[in-house]
Ligand binder design. Sequence first.
Ligand code: ADP
Length: 496
Amino acid sequence: STAASLEVPIKPPVKVEYTQLFINGQFVDAASGKTFQTLDPRTAEVIAHVAEGDAEDINRAVAAARKAFDEGPWPKLTAYERQRILLRFADLVEEHNDEIAALETWDNGKPYEQAAKIEVPMFVRLMRYYAGWADKIHGMTVPADGPYHVQTLHEPIGVAGQIIPWNFPLLMYAWKVGPALACGNTVVLKTAEQTPLSALYVTKLFHEAGLPSGVLNIVSGFGPTAGAALCSHMDVDKLAFTGSTETGKIILELAARSNLKPVTLELGGKSPFIVCEDADVDNAVELAHFALFFNQGQCCCAGSRTYVHERVYDEFVEKAKARALKRSVGDPFRQGMEQGPQVDSEQFEKVLRYIRSGVDSGATLETGGDRFGEKGYYIKPTVFSNVQDDMLIAKDEIFGPVQSILQYKDLDEVIRRANNSRYGLAAGVFTQSLETANTLMRALRVGTVWINCFDTFDAAIPFGGYKMSGIGREKGEYSLKNYLQVKAVVTPLKNP
Ligand code: ADP
């Protein structure tokens, strides 16, 4: 049905159905009555006025989640019952694939085809993956030196506070809510102020699938108000956050100052993409292009330092420029578009500032460098060559369609330079040599190494950062640890 619907002109949904907060199984206004605007990044026009949650709404949401955890029903359901609700939810999302994808594109600006063919199906896949875990969470029996029977119970932590960014609103929801609920926790989720809509829509479906009231609460609103209140709350037992490294530090501090709740962080990156001297240049150009430009360059793991061996450098630069010039930019609802607008004016201005800084610091602007069109937040695919490691564009996370190409001579040098970053999220390696691949995969201090591929995000593959790119892993079996705690139970073999 998705493929068929792409053959007709695609239109954004005519109206937004859900704009209130979702607390204790109901849509409600913010306690303050306040709302904020969410804008269409294609035009900067208002899509909807959305209830603006604040500390008081966070209190209400946490109280509902607390009750749903302490008094049931969620942790008291059998694992099989929880699994069935997650599976029914996945089915409902799948049935509404195109509407949900349209909402995501409208609010975020990403190409509709990407949302409809990759992201919503991946959301469904992730939910089914986590549903699969719900009834496979086991403790252990442990050999002890004394005459004791020792076992561990793996128990949910309690109320999880989760804060997500705007670049993949639905996928971040799935990465957070999926494991938390599969393990029996309850949740208060604060969405990003730029993209509040899709989470409200799918949460309504979740309740149609049988999710009990209070188990999952959605508070739209801003970071320093709603977000900070969630982080500081004494009744929140665990936090998970995806966003910038600066905000990650604030969140860790708020957690420590309140009740020492454990925190999972998935933060910024400046991922190297290393093109080795044996690389097939055409294929390397295509993959490096995808690694950087995917999702308007708004990926924490974007391959934003393209290191190219000197032997293939000139050819690579020329072809990377040609590829960027060919990238189709335009209304993300139009068929065949590879790139839509950046999410909002703040990001748009920030990316343009970094482009100016690249020019000022002496990098060679090969193509792009400016806005695309007259309205909305579109930016031309931009390529810099002759980039040096100490330039801002080679050090900071730009989060936009700006490729920086750097030249290197040998493997030891590129390993040193690739690792010389406060970040350690991911890396790409492009080579035909098994030996080079083996050397790099061990030497790079990052949470993911993609060899001859990039942005492969299966549900079972763990994702997370070394260094200042984060704490903990999401997806895969590793993610369950974030939402379980271990209770040791010791009993003597014989009654005393
Ligand atoms: P970006 O700069 O890309 O918007 P942020 O890290 O600021 O990235 O935002 C990611 C998420 O963190 C958003 O949901 C945002 O509202 C939230 N956030 C921002 N500041 C704070 C804060 N001080 N406390 C809690 N959450 C915050």
